[in-house]
Design a protein around this ligand. Structure first.
Ligand code: HEM
Length: 554
């Protein structure tokens, strides 16, 4: 039969015109694709898990959510509808429990990072630490980075970050309060923009030894918008079903011709970061040659103990390996992106929620003002002893985790066990921080901003038991968990605390008209709660507002 079938097919094809041949090919492709779709719904190993039909069939809904910035919202709605395990892609499962969090991201998890990571920071010429998928290579890279995030490095960073926080208050006084009498409220101001200037200035000061000067220079204030748009591009492009074909073109001049402004912005940002880094390397060279480092804070020729200083002088204690220039480029670029917007979001979300509950704002401001007699006193360790401030930050990071969507992991050969289910090799698995932080079994009344849920019992209403706090901590993961978590976690807490302590010490803050930044009745499902701070998830959650008025207390 085989022998007679082939010649007859050949005969039919030989009689076809070229346009009929094209039509036949298209038809064959359609049938092939249809069979794949049917397979995904029926015989595929994940077919028994519930989820939206469109997501069980193709990866395109994920790409569109990444473009629209609503992936975390879609994930929450899906879990609310389908339960604890959701199939959110043909080959992908989403979870929302602390057990799954540990099984997927904890030490020893039988997974590796997904290929999505390969697209991040790609223009820098080498992979950043976050892009390294191989677990051993990643651990080695972390060891080289570790001194830059040690306790000593954090102590050295504190005066630098504190100086930026004071500069923020100084600029708010000179620019926003200009023309106001003492005690008079300012005009309305978008706090998110100012905190973003702070976020970029403090982190670039640490990473490049010289800030990007957004607080000082209006012409530099294009940076947050550029990075927002670059993030949006990198987020979706990494999830394109043909991402592997696009990747080699990124970081080359071809990227200028990708559709949309965001691809060009991505390249523009990388070039800016690379030129700042080149300057810093040059200054370090001159300093070592005895010619002085130029404009660093600690005096001509003195060693400036910023993050870069540590990165440049770091070695892997096990192998003696140092950073290459390309790796430094990639990692400093990553530091700016990872550090700035996360801190901005945490500060703004906290104020957005506290402004809606005057008692919380009052308690927080009182704690700060009573602890420090002057802004010069705002320092650790006392700063770290402010219990209510810390609780408010935890609650802000819970409700508005700066990386709200799932961080993709791929199950390794042999499969793995998650929540009692055998998950086959090759499956993408993840836990969205936004979703697990709203798991009502762990956080009762999850959409309420309640700092007391982070304080054990005793004074004040609403404190929790030690057991409840421990259960919450197992589910609390704004910085990720495990060996690939955020290495800048302590720097982030310090920067958030310094910004809030200086701001609330110096100024009273109130809402300007309507509280901008929340949901709206005319928005999509999941964004209609006006009291919830809205994030647009483009790798990092980007917010708008709140619009506030300030007045000086001193
Ligand atoms: C509130 C602020 C921040 C949050 C919530 C946050 C969160 C995270 C998370 C969830 C990851 C893991 C990402 C992934 O697997 O894709 C991460 C990675 C990272 N973060 Fe942060 N971050 C914050 C601030 C910072 C700051 C201030 C720095 C630097 C000073 C920093 C540096 C890094 C670096 C270098 C990585 C990559 C680590 C690795 O791959 O080993 N982050 N961050």
């Amino acid at each position: 039969m085989h022998a007679t079938f082939l010649p007859s097919v050949q005969g039919v094809l030989a009689r076809c015109s070229s346009s009929e041949l094209v039509l036949l090919c298209v038809l064959a492709l359609l049938v092939w694709y249809l069979l794949i779709l049917i397979y995904r719904l029926t015989l595929h190993p994940l077919s028994r898990y519930p989820g939206r039909l469109s997501e069980r069939l193709t990866d395109w809904p994920l790409v569109f959510s990444c473009i629209r910035g609503n992936r975390h919202i879609k994930q929450l709605l899906a879990h609310e509808k389908y339960g604890p395990i959701v199939r959110d892609g043909p080959n992908s499962l989403s979870f929302r429990s602390p057990q799954a969090l540990k099984a997927i991201y904890g030490a020893g998890a039988h997974v590796k990072k997904g290929a999505w990571y390969l697209t991040l920071d790609i223009s820098a010429g080498a992979p950043s630490v976050q892009m390294v998928i191989d677990q051993q290579q990643h651990a080695q890279r972390r060891r080289v980075m570790a001194p830059a995030f040690s306790e000593k490095a954090l102590r050295d960073a504190e005066p630098l970050i504190g100086a930026t926080a004071r500069k923020l208050c100084g600029k708010l006084t000179s620019d926003v309060l200009a023309g106001c009498e003492t005690g008079e409220w300012s005009r309305g101001v978008d706090l998110q923009q100012w905190i973003a200037y702070y976020g970029y200035d403090f982190i670039s000061d640490l990473a490049f030894g010289r800030s990007l000067e957004l607080l000082e220079l209006e012409e530099h204030r294009f940076v947050p918008g550029t990075l927002r748009s670059a993030s949006q591009f990198l987020y979706y492009v990494g999830y394109l079903p043909f991402a592997a074909l696009v990747r080699p073109l990124m970081g080359t001049s071809v990227q200028d011709h990708f559709p949309g402004q965001s691809a060009r912005d991505s390249l523009r940002y990388t070039n800016l970061a690379n030129s700042r880094l080149a300057e810093r390397i040059e200054r370090e060279k001159r300093r070592k040659e005895g010619g002085g480092g130029g404009d660093d804070d600690s005096g001509e020729g003195a060693e400036r103990k910023d993050t870069f200083h540590y990165l440049l002088n770091s070695k892997d204690p096990m192998t003696g390996r140092e950073f290459t220039v390309e790796e430094l480029q990639a990692d400093t670029s990553l530091l700016i992106a990872a550090g700035s917007d996360g801190v901005t979001l945490a500060v703004c979300a906290l104020l957005f929620y506290a402004l809606q509950q005057p008692l919380i704002l009052h308690t927080l401001a009182t704690e700060i003002r009573e602890a420090f007699a002057t802004p010069d006193e705002i320092r650790t360790p006392k700063l770290n002893s402010l219990r209510y401030l810390h609780a408010c930050i935890e609650e802000s990071l819970r409700l508005a985790p700066p990386k709200p969507g799932s961080l993709p992991r791929i199950v390794l050969p042999g499969g793995t066990e998650i929540e009692g289910q055998h998950i086959p090799a090759g499956t993408t698995v993840g836990v969205s921080h936004y979703v697990i932080h709203r798991n009502a079994d762990i956080f009762p009344e999850p959409s309420m901003f309640r700092p007391e849920r982070w304080i054990v019992g005793g004074d004040g209403e609403g404190g929790v038991s030690a057991e409840q706090l421990a259960a919450q901590k197992r589910a609390f993961c704004p910085f990720g968990i495990g060996p690939m978590n955020c290495i800048g976690r302590n720097t982030a807490y310090l920067a958030i605390k310094l910004a809030l302590a200086h701001l609330l010490w110096q100024f009273d803050v109130r809402v300007d008209g309507n509280l901008t930044g929340g949901g709206g009745k005319d928005l999509e499902e999941g964004r209609r709660d006006e009291t919830e701070y809205q994030m647009y998830d483009w790798i990092i959650g980007f917010p708008n507002g709140p619009m506030v008025q300030i007045r000086s207390r001193v």
